[in-house]
Design a protein around this ligand. Structure first.
Ligand SMILES: [Ca+2]
Length: 486
């Protein structure tokens, strides 16, 4: 009798345990709100939690309350391909946008040609069938409103300017497709904060889960901080340079960003949504040197050295992801879409290949190992470096075969041999180990050949490269020959 009672209560406990995920908490836990805070041109060394002298307590709160990554790689070292890859979970060469829609300001006809192909399935398109309300606020940079705008790519609502602010000039501020007049860079950040908080409140009232892509213009140029975030020296420097490249005011822009991230996080708390919201903070690419810092890494934006790709990244989800974690596991912006799919219960389309992995087991502490073991460093169409674990190989190249933003100067603009680095002890990629590591060298050469066959190179079309939205070969000098809209 006693035994059967124990068996019965054990059985009931088991039933309760099994039932819990499906019934009691399923609705909330299966559909967390998702907030991606994507910042522009912030280098690895630009936040307090990553060793900067500039204090960034509001952003660093995310690190204290979740995971801070020291080995997170953006899919590209410039804006548009980085953003396309973030929203699709696929390498830029696979999703059809390995270049920037405003790649050449001398060539306005270019913009209409180039954008993230509509055939891609973005994060909001993946989430909408589950009942998510979706919004993009801020920098878009994935093509013109027609045909590539945010509302063609799964976002219900858009507020912001599509592109960067030019130096000294205002930009057209949009609500969906409608112009709201022109505003200046320094006015944009509060508007993004207001739009984000307003959208969160509205969805809370409607009891709908939300996905917000908050894409800040900070800390990209123009270097025009608001006065309240500047020291006297920084403000004097700003007035002298009037928005042109100015390393002196970068800390003020970091403080300003920190303030706005803080306001959004405060609102989330006030709405009681902290535990229902997965917050992801990351930069789109490395710093535009000499403004900003890549910390211990070499080079910055435009480069396939670590300083171009390795950027600050934090993820917070109280109650699900343990606090105060620092992870050195190799992860990428490519992993965010599959992670969001796993967190929300969304199904990935089966008709295409993804380049990311679900990070939830890593984030929740079930494992310390990243599902990611490899990474391909593309610059435009050109495969410049490849990595397996801590081993990274830079591939031979000519400056004439590089994408236009990569330039013809720099240590690796021309390279007539492979360079093998062990990133576990050589963060600056200073010591070439290829001569003493022939087997590692061969292994990575094989991986490069496999990657090139699938995703292409400046002179090779890959087996899984789509027909892109841009015409011709964009790598110098051939991009100049591409057709133009008259
Ligand atoms: Ca950028």
């Amino acid at each position: 009798m006693k035994r059967s009672r124990i068996a019965l209560s054990a059985g009931l406990a088991l039933v309760a345990l099994l039932a819990k995920p499906q019934s009691v908490h399923a609705a909330d836990e299966a559909k967390p709100n998702i907030l991606i805070i994507y910042v522009d041109d912030m280098g690895y060394g630009d936040l307090g939690s990553y060793g900067a002298e500039t204090k960034s307590p509001r952003i660093d709160r995310l690190a204290a309350e979740g995971v801070r990554f020291t080995n997170y790689l953006s899919a590209c070292s410039v804006c548009s391909p980085s953003r396309g890859a973030l929203l699709t979970g696929r390498y830029p060469n696979r999703n059809g946008l390995p270049v920037c829609p405003n790649g050449n300001p001398r060539d306005p006809g270019w913009n209409e040609f180039v954008g993230l192909p509509l055939s891609e399935v973005t994060i909001p398109e993946m989430l909408k069938p589950l009942g998510y309300a979706t919004a993009a606020f801020g920098k878009w940079h994935l093509g013109e409103m027609e045909p590539y705008g945010p509302r063609k790519q799964g976002f219900d609502e858009y507020v912001g300017c599509l592109y960067n602010f030019p130096v000294g000039k205002p930009n057209v501020w949009l609500h969906n497709e409608e112009s709201q007049g022109k505003i200046r860079f320094a006015q944009a950040h509060q508007k993004l904060t207001d739009a984000t908080i307003g959208f969160m409140k509205k969805q809370k009232e409607a009891e709908k889960p939300f996905f917000i892509y908050l894409s800040h213009y900070l800390v990209h140029g123009p270097w025009s901080p608001n006065k309240e975030f500047c020291t006297d020296k920084e403000w004097a420097s700003y007035q002298k340079k009037k928005g042109r490249m100015n390393p002196v005011v970068l800390p003020a822009m970091v403080r300003e960003l920190d303030h706005h991230v803080g306001l959004v996080l405060d609102a989330l708390s006030e709405l009681g949504l902290d535990e229902d919201t997965l917050v992801i903070f990351a930069s789109d690419n490395g710093p535009w040197l000499p403004a900003g810092s890549s910390g211990p890494f070499s080079e910055g934006k435009y480069s396939t050295k670590e300083g171009g790709h390795r950027v600050p990244a934090m993820i917070r989800w109280p109650g699900r992801i343990p606090a105060e974690q620092v992870s050195d596991a190799m992860v990428s912006s490519l992993d965010l879409l599959p992670t969001i799919a796993a967190a929300s219960g969304a199904t990935l389309p089966s008709d295409r290949k993804y380049d990311g992995f679900d990070l939830l087991p890593l984030l929740t502490g079930k494992t310390k190992e990243s599902p990611r073991t490899e990474f391909a460093y593309y610059n435009g169409l050109t495969l410049e470096a490849i990595r397996r674990g801590p081993w990274k190989m830079h591939l031979p190249r000519k400056s004439t075969n590089r994408v236009y933003w990569a330039g013809t100067k720099g240590e690796y603009a021309n390279l007539d041999h492979v360079v093998l680095n062990d990133l576990s002890g050589d963060l600056a990629e200073a010591e070439n180990l290829a001569p003493s590591q022939p087997e590692k060298t061969k292994d990575l050469e094989r991986l490069a050949a496999e990657t090139r066959a699938e995703l292409g190179d400046w002179n090779v079309k890959g087996t899984d490269q789509p027909k892109s939205s841009y015409p011709g070969n964009l790598n110098t000098p051939n991009w100049k020959k591409a057709p133009r809209r008259k």
